[in-house]
Design a protein around this ligand. Structure first.
Ligand code: C2E
Ligand code: MG
Ligand code: MG
Ligand code: MG
Length: 286
């Protein structure tokens, strides 16, 4: 009886696994079609400079505007795109689109805004990343100093000399580098002093409970102090509350990104947000 049940269980699981891989394959095909049909869109979340009270730029965040499923958030398709390798052409499109948009905003009189794009591991590992970036910047006619690339701690592991060369080659052309989701990786901190980085983004998980949680507050305080002593700018992600903003401002955090100011917005709405400006004085009138 037990044996029979085992066999049934096996059949049951293997059917489930089969369904899963079928789903994955059809998702992959759908992503391929989405790229061909231009179904991806970028939304832009403002990054506010606490020193000047101005919108310094934004982070470009991808969405899939699917005719069948509506607006699909990145967590539902980025992992499959990464596993299938499709993230590479999708990522190229993101860089090209972000550069075109940066120039379009400048032409609309918004000034030169720094646009940050997320770079996935497989994309970062491609030998032609520098070429992809240069082509996108040139095709858009953009000032290369206004492109920022968000990478993660995990990508800083591997042959150090070639990683440093890769970063320097791209930086020498103009773009800057930011470490995304800082504090959630398992890499050593020593790369921070050796690699040519410009910005740290403190992960949202550390920001959520400040200033109430003493441990998170201590971690955030230490990250900001360390980053500043290494000449890195600090961005706090996921700021939703005034209390968080005030705490971060008191610690000298440079830039705020979060729902407190705005969710990621379509390009046109972002332009309106920049035009309206941010009232930081009344926000932090302490
Ligand atoms: P990320 O790069 O850390 O981006 C920040 C995420 O936090 C965004 O989610 C943003 O909407 C969300 N966020 C910002 N402020 C707040 C806040 O105050 N509260 C809350 N609850 N959330 C906030 P989103 O757009 O869903 O993107 C999720 C992740 O997907 C990104 O995390 C990034 O890892 C990935 N991603 C997005 N766009 C791209 C892309 O073009 N390429 C690649 N490779 N990955 C991308
Ligand atoms: Mg990011
Ligand atoms: Mg982030
Ligand atoms: Mg994050």
């Amino acid at each position: 009886y037990a044996k029979q049940q085992g066999v049934n269980n096996y059949a049951f699981y293997s059917k489930e696994i089969n369904e899963l891989s079928k789903k994955r394959l059809s998702m992959e095909a759908a992503l391929r079609r989405a790229l061909d049909n231009n179904e991806f869109v970028l939304h832009y979340q403002p990054k506010i400079d606490l020193q000047t009270g101005k919108v310094k730029g934004c982070e470009a965040l991808i969405r899939w505007d699917s005719p069948e499923m509506g607006m699909v958030p990145p967590f539902k398709f980025i992992p499959i795109a990464e596993e299938s390798g499709l993230i590479v052409p999708i990522g190229t499109w993101v860089i090209e689109e972000a550069c075109r948009q940066q120039v379009a905003w400048r032409q609309q009189g918004l000034g030169d805004l720094i646009v940050a794009v997320n770079v996935a591991g497989p994309q970062f590992n491609m030998n032609n990343l520098q070429q992809v970036i240069c082509s996108a910047i040139e095709a858009a006619g953009m000032n290369p100093n206004f492109l920022k690339l968000e990478i993660t701690e995990g990508m800083m592991m591997g042959d150090e000399d070639s990683l440093i060369k890769k970063l320097n080659d791209i930086k020498s052309y103009g773009p800057s580098f930011s470490i995304d989701d800082f504090g959630t990786g398992y890499s050593s901190l020593s790369y921070l002093k050796r690699f040519p980085l410009d910005e740290l983004k403190v992960d949202r998980s550390f920001i959520i409970d400040v200033p109430k949680a003493k441990d998170d507050s201590a971690i955030v305080k230490a990250i900001i102090a360390m980053a500043h002593s290494l000449d890195l700018n600090v961005v706090a992600e996921g700021v939703e509350e005034l209390e968080q903003l005030e705490f971060l401002k008191g610690l000298g955090c440079n830039v705020i990104q979060g729902f407190y100011f705005s969710k990621p917005l379509p390009a046109q709405a972002f332009a309106e947000f920049v035009r309206a400006g941010v009232d930081l004085v009344s926000a932090t009138n302490t």
